[in-house]
Design a protein around this ligand. Structure first.
Ligand code: NAD
Length: 246
C-alpha cells in the first residue's frame, strides 16, 4: 500500500496490455479505479475482477477515445460515479504500420484521432475535476517512437511525438496549479500490439537495447504508478526502453 489510498484514477485502454497492467498495479497501490475500454467488455470485466480481488473499487466505462464526444464525456462519467477524480492515465493507443504513402488517409486519421486528438480531448475534459483534487496527476503514454522515430510508423511516431509536446505544455501550464503532468515513453514492450513480430524482426530490437531484452507491461505500470505519486517531477517524459541505442 502506497499511503495514497483512495486516489481515484481513470485509465484508458485498460482491458489488456499496458493499461491492464496499470490497473492491477494501481489496485495494489490502493487506488479507486475507473477502467475504460473500447470494445472488449469481457476482457475488461476480467481485469476488473482481478483488481477487485486485490481490494480495489473498480468501475467500468466503455468509450472510444477516437470519438470526440466520448473522449469528452468519459472523465465526467468517472467523476459522477466516484464523486471525485484525482488522476488520469491516457494509455489508449493504436498503430497502423506501413510505408506512409501506402497508408490510406483513413488509416492515418485513425492513428492521429486516437493517440493525439483523443488524448488531448480526454485530458482537457478531466481538468475541471482534477482542479478540485489535492493530489492531481496526469500520466500520458507516449512511445520511444515519439522520440527516436521509427520506419514504417510515421503517423504513430508523429502522434506520440505530439503527446510529448502535450506533456511539456500541460506540465508548464498546470504546474502552478499543483497538477503534476508527466509522460512515459516505452521502448519495445511485449503486448498484443507487438506480438506480431517474428524472431528475425525481434533480434535487432533486442540487440539495440542495452539490457538485451524487451520490457514487460508490468515494468511500464511500475513507472506510471511512480509518476502518479506526489513528487518534484514535472513535464518529464520518462524513457522505459532498457537503454535503447537511439
Ligand atoms: P494494446 O494494443 O495491447 O493496448 C492498446 C489499448 O488501447 C487496447 O486496450 C485498445 O482497445 C485501446 N484502444 C485503442 N484504440 C482505442 C480507442 N479508439 N478508444 C479506446 N481505447 C482504444 O497495446 P499496448 O502495448 O498495451 O499499448 C498501450 C499504450 O502503450 C499505447 O498508447 C501504445 O502506443 C503505447 N506503447 C506501447 C509500446 C509497446 O511496445 N507495446 C511501446 C510504446 C508505447
Amino acid at each position: 500500500m502506497s499511503g495514497r489510498s483512495q486516489q481515484t484514477v481513470l485509465v484508458t485502454g485498460a482491458s489488456r496490455g499496458i493499461g491492464a497492467a496499470v490497473i492491477l498495479r494501481l489496485a495494489a497501490d490502493g487506488c479507486r479505479l475507473a477502467l475504460s475500454y473500447r470494445t472488449d467488455a469481457d476482457a475488461a470485466q476480467r481485469i476488473a475482477a482481478s483488481a477487485r480481488d486485490a481490494g480495489a473499487e473498480v468501475a467500468l466505462f466503455q468509450a472510444d477515445i477516437a470519438d470526440p464526444s466520448q473522449a469528452l464525456t468519459l472523465p465526467e462519467q468517472a467523476c459522477a460515479h466516484f464523486g471525485s477524480l484525482d488522476a488520469v492515465v491516457a494509455n489508449a493507443g493504436v498503430t497502423v504500420d506501413g510505408p506512409f504513402v501506402a497508408l490510406t488517409p483513413a488509416q492515418v486519421a485513425t492513428v492521429l484521432r486516437t493517440n493525439l486528438s483523443g488524448t488531448i480531448r480526454m485530458v482537457c475534459a478531466a481538468l475541471p475535476y482534477l482542479r478540485r483534487s489535492r493530489a492531481a496527476a496526469i500520466v500520458l503514454v507516449s512511445s520511444l517512437g515519439g522520440i527516436a522515430g521509427k520506419d514504417g510508423q510515421v503517423p504513430y511516431t508523429a502522434s506520440k511525438g505530439g503527446v510529448i509536446g502535450l506533456c511539456q505544455w500541460l506540465g508548464d501550464r498546470l504546474g502552478p496549479e499543483g497538477i503534476r503532468v508527466n509522460a512515459v515513453a516505452p521502448g519495445f514492450i511485449a503486448t498484443d500490439m507487438t506480438t506480431q513480430l517474428d524472431p528475425e524482426q525481434m533480434a535487432p530490437i533486442i540487440q539495440a537495447s542495452a539490457l538485451r531484452r524487451v520490457g514487460s507491461a508490468e515494468e511500464v505500470a511500475h513507472a506510471v504508478s511512480f509518476l502518479l505519486r506526489p513528487g518534484y517531477i514535472q513535464s518529464t517524459t520518462l524513457r522505459i526502453d532498457g537503454g535503447f541505442a537511439r
